[in-house]
Design a protein around this ligand. Sequence first.
Ligand code: ATP
Length: 272
Amino acid sequence: MGKVIVLGSINIDTVIRAPRYPRLGETLMANSVRTMPGGKGANQAVAAHRAGAETLLLSCVGSDAQGAFYRKHLQASGLSTEFVRTTSGPTGSATIVVEDSGNNAILFDPGANAAVGEPEIEVILEHAQPGDVLTIVLEIQDQVALRALAAAQERGVTTLLNPSPWTQAAQSLADSADIVIVNEQESARLNRVDERVCITFGAQGALWRGIHAPARRIEAVDTTGAGDTFAGTLAAAVARGLSTEEALQAATEAATDICERDGAQDWQTLSN
Ligand code: ATP
């Protein structure tokens, strides 16, 4: 069984619940504001670990209180922080507005994620082996993502790309990754959709290699992190050698479960 190596972001999410998004210039009363662990890399790593894979998270936190909190949170979640570096400056952050409908919109500040780079590539070159899965998300610098993909391919590792948020390098990364997970909007940006591409359709589940996995019908509370949970769980399933159908089913179930709760992970709130 291979391990999952996640190269990506760590963010503190501030989740603002409101009846709807405010219009430009408008002041709108929020229902609640909460601060909790997020970041696409960490979300995926927590999901992969939950799905039973040995998981290495390669990322950075800042030298602030949020960084120290996050390190403890990862350890409490059972993840190793051996490859999470602390850099000077703030931890990455995302401000997420969740409408009553469950839809969300996000403003992202990379903070320490901008420092993810050569030391993380070195870890890939040193620790990645054939049978492992490297997942890459794009809340880090494009050139680092490109370099990591090449390093993983050098090591014979399966590469899984979640080109989110969409950046200049997204298409070129998608052209060479072994597996590409996109939501419906992202799939429309791809030059080609072939067997490597797995598309998620929110409440309608996901489609990969001609197999459709429906999602359980739920009352969505917060869909933040649904795509990350899907990708991390799918990566773990591929590392464990599960079939396409089993992998899709596991990923869809885990992602749907996370939509029934607040936050992008199994979180502990910093403030309520
Ligand atoms: P996000 O950006 O919110 O993290 P995404 O846009 O990357 O998500 P989606 O296609 O919205 O990805 O959702 C990924 C998976 O999460 C779906 O395949 C499904 O399993 C689950 N999911 C998302 N929304 C719902 C929902 N309303 N009901 C049931 N399952 C859902």
